[in-house]
Design a protein around this ligand. Structure first.
Ligand code: ATR
Length: 290
């Protein structure tokens, strides 16, 4: 009973994920189990959506609580919002929309929060929080590989935490454009191999290099990894990318893309319900249905 159908009443709050395609999303599984676990009168469904504007016009009734937003709507949906979280606005992409009691639609980007919090916790495990610094990323050199949607999220998120951001991308123009916006440096994927102004840097891959089926590819050679204390890969298929395997062999702390995925879900649940996310339940379900 994925949708807890027996619980649906006229006042049941409706949530969902809008996208195209959308049927593969595991979000309904996670959110419905979470709602059930705390007895919330709510349901979360897949919405296969073509026209985002029409969707928000249609779902303007009070029992619509909000939605998650996936490909290809993360950018278009911005235009339908009444209010946008400032960082989400800068990134230019949203993935979480909440309908307030007054009917206003407020949007967030929880992708960057998921990734940055996972990286911060990875660094905290290293005990590198400098005295007085609010984030272990403050002052660190943070190299982002890729300048697409995920690259933007990571670059903005890291800059907001006070990191010194470097954007490396195959197409240098895109790297430059993003670097200017976050007050960072730009370089090519070739140049970044020889870039090591200091030891203990942080590396975040947001390119698709290493993703299934090309699992033997990696965006940066192993010998360059020794200058990094932590390596994150936004790819989660496979979970253990070649980049992360080699980073582990080099002695870096590694942070999996699955960790970003699950943590962005926690943030969505908090925004939807105002409650803390049932983190253990989410983790168990993700593992069971991997
Ligand atoms: P996402 O939203 O997941 O970030 P995207 O916007 O399509 O996806 O961005 C994909 C990123 O992967 C880009 O930075 C892209 O580099 P370009 O800007 O040069 O296209 C990078 N990328 C994809 N395939 C690549 C490859 N074979 N080698 C290096 N970089 C690659």
């Amino acid at each position: 009973d994925l949708y807890n159908f027996r619980l649906i009443r006229p006042d049941t709050k409706l949530y969902g994920i809008i996208g195209k395609p959308v049927g593969h999303s595991k979000s309904p599984l996670l959110f419905n189990a979470a709602f059930k676990s705390v007895g919330l009168n709510a349901i979360y469904v897949h919405f296969l959506v073509d026209d985002v504007k029409m969707f928000f016009d249609t779902y303007s009734m009070p029992d619509f609580g909000g939605c998650s937003c996936t490909i290809p709507h993360k950018e278009v949906a911005l235009k339908c919002m009444d209010e946008i979280d400032p960082t989400a606005k800068k990134i230019g992409a949203i993935n979480n929309i909440c309908r307030r009691p007054d009917g206003k639609l407020t949007a967030f980007n929880t992708d960057y929060i998921g990734a940055i919090s996972a990286i911060e916790d990875g660094l905290r495990g290293l005990n590198r929080l400098s005295p007085g610094a609010s984030s272990p990323l403050a002052g660190k050199v943070f190299v982002v590989l890729g300048a697409g949607g995920a690259g933007k999220s990571l670059a903005y998120g890291a800059a907001q935490k006070g990191a010194r951001v470097v954007v490396a991308n195959r197409t240098i123009e895109r790297a430059k454009e993003l670097a200017v916006k976050v007050g960072g440096k730009a370089m090519t994927l070739e140049e970044v191999k020889h870039f090591h102004p200091e030891e203990g840097m942080v590396l975040a891959n947001t390119t698709s290099v290493g993703m299934k089926p090309k699992i033997d590819d990696t965006p940066i050679a192993k010998h360059s990894l020794k200058h990094y204390c932590l390596v994150f890969d936004a790819i989660y298929t496979p979970k253990d990318t070649k980049l992360l395997r080699e980073a582990k062999e080099t002695g870096a702390v590694i942070v999996y893309g699955t960790e970003m995925l699950i943590r962005q879900g926690f943030e969505q649940y908090k925004n939807f319900t105002g409650l803390p996310a049932p983190e253990e339940l989410f983790r168990q379900l993700m593992e069971k249905h991997a």
